[in-house]
Design a binder for this molecule. Structure first.
Ligand SMILES: Nc1ncnc2c1ncn2[C@@H]1O[C@H](COP(=O)(O)OP(=O)(O)OP(=O)(O)O)[C@@H](O)[C@H]1O
Length: 400
């Protein structure tokens, strides 16, 4: 579905070939790659960013919840801490998307690439080289994920909390610009919870039960582990919940609260109070691991920005990302932050987006909006710009 009033009129003049110029909006999330056309509400594809490889440069795309896995292949990724560290593989990945899933024609298509809050100049330059040298796109624009999320809420000053798969970011955005000193990243995110649940559940059922692949005997150990996490994630998203306070967890009533999940081999997995205990880790991580709770990340971020902006940020906290889907997370966060002593006065107000789709893909949706505006063409770095000025030109094109 198109974003209302945003698409067709803004692209060329409605001639039959205008479609080929619709910008391609792409985000490599730690877990999910989202790709699709500007002006749409939802990415056309949402596939695992991990892929299968057989030792050469050839890669095979994966699917979530698939009954079969590529055989004799290892799991690999071109990301490190959410940033691309192997552009050759990232280019191969796009080529596969192109061949198998979307049939875009890069040489006639502008690419809108969404980058992470802490992406560096160095990473960006390498990206520009790859986009024009090996992916062969016609033009490029890069924008930061948190700022794009803020466009979805249509607010210029917010404290964005994006808790995804491998990273939780707290990013102060003041009048549309990221306040870089206040940006905080933590590893305590969705896959930290997946791993913790995996440890509990692997001790309750046989290892092979956490498997959905019919060709299990022919796949490598890394593929088996990947498949187990895929199932654990599915069970997690259906069952975990936060309680209003930490103390409420002890009220777990075995007879009433226990959940049963039937695994693909029909074994029954009993889900007990880990469904409340594990999401608690977002607020109270294991002390030996030296992580901060979400409420403390927020406090630290707010206290790093200038005093004059703190009050407004505290009153405009916006939570997005896969973890924002955990039932009661917003209410619990509101309660935890209200109890903190933060070096500013003012009311705490926590928002999320209107729809689940915007919550799960907020930065992609923001990118889709920006790339469909009539002024978007002026922001682009073209192949000709690249040939004339080199990758450094992108620094003059980015808006943050
Ligand atoms: N309903 C849900 N309940 C609990 N967790 C969920 C739910 N939906 C998604 N998640 C978790 O959210 C995480 C994925 O979040 P998201 O899609 O924002 O990550 P990403 O953008 O791919 O990665 P990153 O933010 O690290 O770059 C996964 O760990 C997933 O299990």
């Amino acid at each position: 579905m198109y974003l209302p009033g945003r698409r067709k009129d803004n692209f060329k003049d409605g001639t039959t070939d205008y479609c080929k110029n619709i910008p391609f909006v792409l985000e490599f999330g730690g877990l999910t790659t989202r790709a699709g056309y500007a002006g749409y509400e939802t990415p056309t594809i949402q596939i695992p960013t991990d892929y299968a490889t057989k030792g050469n440069n050839e890669i095979e795309l994966l699917e979530f919840y698939s009954p079969k896995a590529p055989e004799n292949s290892e799991i690999s990724s071109f990301l490190s801490q959410g940033m691309v560290n192997n552009w050759e593989q990232a280019s191969n990945f796009i080529e596969q998307i192109n061949k198998k899933l979307m049939q875009i024609n890069p040489s006639e298509t502008p690419l809108f690439l969404i980058e992470q809050a802490l992406s560096t100049k160095d990473v960006r330059q390498k990206c520009v080289e790859a986009v024009f040298e090996s992916m062969n796109f016609a033009a490029l624009f890069i924008h930061k994920a948190p700022v794009l999320s803020s466009y979805v809420l249509a607010k210029e000053t917010i404290l964005l909390v994006d808790s995804g798969a491998y990273s939780t970011y707290v990013v102060p955005i003041v009048e549309g610009y990221v306040n870089q000193k206040g940006v905080i990243r933590s590893d305590v995110a969705g896959e930290y919870l997946t791993k913790s649940l995996g440890n509990v559940w692997k001790s309750k059922v046989e290892h092979e039960s956490l498997n959905r692949f019919t060709n299990y005997a022919k796949i490598t150990q890394s593929m088996k582990n990947w498949g187990a996490n895929d199932i654990i994630r599915e069970i997690k998203s259906r069952n975990i919940k936060l309680k209003e306070t930490r103390q409420d967890i002890i009220k777990f009533n075995h007879a009433v609260d226990t959940q049963i999940f039937e695994l693909p081999d029909k074994q029954k997995l009993e889900i007990l109070n880990e469904m409340f205990e594990v999401p608690e880790l977002l607020f109270n991580p294991i002390p030996e691991e030296n992580f901060m709770g979400l409420q403390d990340l927020i406090k630290q971020s707010i206290e790093r920005v200038d005093a004059e902006n703190r009050r407004e940020l505290l009153n405009n906290i916006m939570v997005v990302g896969g973890n924002s889907m955990i039932p009661n997370l917003i209410e619990r966060l509101q309660r935890e932050i209200t109890q903190l002593e933060i070096n500013t006065s003012g009311r705490v107000k926590i928002y999320t987006t209107q729809t689940i789709n915007e919550r799960a893909h907020s930065s992609w949706v923001g990118g889709s909006i920006v790339a469909s505006m009539s002024t978007f063409d002026n922001l682009l770095m073209t192949k000709r710009d690249y040939d004339e000025h080199g990758p450094i030109l992108i620094e003059r094109k980015v808006l943050f």
